[in-house]
Design a protein around this ligand. Structure first.
Ligand SMILES: Nc1ncnc2c1ncn2[C@@H]1O[C@H](COP(=O)(O)OP(=O)(O)O)[C@@H](O)[C@H]1O
Ligand SMILES: [Mg+2]
Length: 312
């Protein structure tokens, strides 16, 4: 990566989550339409489709390595989906492609969000339009206080929705109940974004951002990693508390324990850049019991029975 691209990338990562600051930092992403495979499309509720990913292909911009090789996923209002899969299968890449991370170039397929072409939208437009991603490894932003960061992000979203922006004092009134719901110490607001936060504190801070932004689609990448059991329960309760009938949650996780608290309607297994199997919570049970071999056996059985390998 050349130095300016690296700067773009690191800035973008550093400032991700704020709707307004990203606009000067991130690159345009354009896609070309790819062939449609139409595998793995999951239709669960009668709710309106919020996010529709079709045959999504993407490569690492710097190296040209293809990571996503035709991902299909349909998420409707009110639904919670989980993505599981071995390390390196492309879960984080998919998540980051949804928010327009400049490390990746979309090379095929489409993503529609609330009926609009998501891939035509700049990263900051996506954030303002209600897509939020919590990062697997949240970055520290020394010198920027959490309260300023959160207020600016919240105001960018409020402006988009035609709501009045919040002055610092008003914001305090807005954010305090959210902190209480998350069982977070109000001192969090005075600290620099994630600076010297423990792993668990960073994850809680991600959820605080989600709460403040009142996102419509929350993409949570390993929100459970590094959490002890009490913190996991708090974070899970907070995620559940933030769900609305018109919002949706996409969780990347390795562990069923998170799914016991935040119960998904669909569990997808990702491998080598594709969703190879989709089903209900039982998929996570099979994974826990028999590992990925158990899923492979299931796929073979379905194929032998003449069924499409993707269930649900
Ligand atoms: N920015 C990047 N630069 C280089 N390689 C990357 C980058 N992002 C992802 N990859 C590679 O893509 C593959 C999938 O990564 P990732 O999406 O992080 O997997 P997962 O989240 O499923 O563990 C891995 O081989 C990883 O090394
Ligand atoms: Mg990952």
């Amino acid at each position: 990566m050349n130095s300016s691209a690296m700067q773009h990338s690191s800035h973008c990562t550093t400032l991700r989550g704020t709707a307004y600051v990203r606009q000067t930092l991130c690159c345009n992403r354009r896609i070309r339409q790819g062939k449609r495979l139409l595998r793995g499309v999951v239709t669960l509720c009668a709710g309106k489709v919020l996010l529709e990913v079709k045959d999504l292909e993407a490569k690492v911009a710097e190296t040209g390595n293809t990571i996503l090789r035709g991902v299909n996923l349909t998420i409707r209002e009110g639904e919670t989906h989980a993505i599981m899969g071995t390390n390196g299968s492309g879960k984080s890449t998919l998540s980051k492609c949804l928010v327009g991370h400049p490390d990746y170039e979309i090379t095929g397929g489409s993503v529609t969000y609330k009926g609009e072409d998501l891939l035509e939208m700049e990263p900051e437009e996506r954030a303002r339009a209600g897509i939020f991603m919590s990062f697997q490894s949240p970055v520290e932003i020394p010198g920027v206080s959490n309260s300023d960061f959160l207020r600016l992000a919240a105001n960018a979203r409020r402006k988009q929705r035609g709501e009045p922006e919040l002055e610092p004092l008003e914001f305090y009134g807005f954010v305090m109940p959210k902190l209480a719901a998350l069982k977070m110490n109000p001192d969090f607001l005075n600290r620099d974004v994630n600076a010297n936060f423990s792993g668990g504190e960073k994850k809680r801070n991600e959820i605080l951002q989600l709460s403040v932004l009142e996102a419509d689609v929350a993409v949570l990448d390993e929100i459970d990693s590094g959490l002890d059991i009490d913190a996991l329960r708090d974070v899970a309760d907070a995620v559940n508390g933030l769900k609305r009938p018109d919002s949706a949650t996409l969780m990347v996780t390795h562990y069923k324990r998170l799914l016991n608290y935040v119960v998904p309607e669909a569990v997808h297994i990702m491998e080598a850049g594709r969703i190879i199997y989709s089903g209900g919570l039982e998929v996570a049970d099979i994974l826990e019991k028999d590992g990925y071999e158990g899923i492979k056996t299931l796929i073979k059985k379905e194929a032998a029975a003449g069924r499409e390998p993707v269930a649900a």
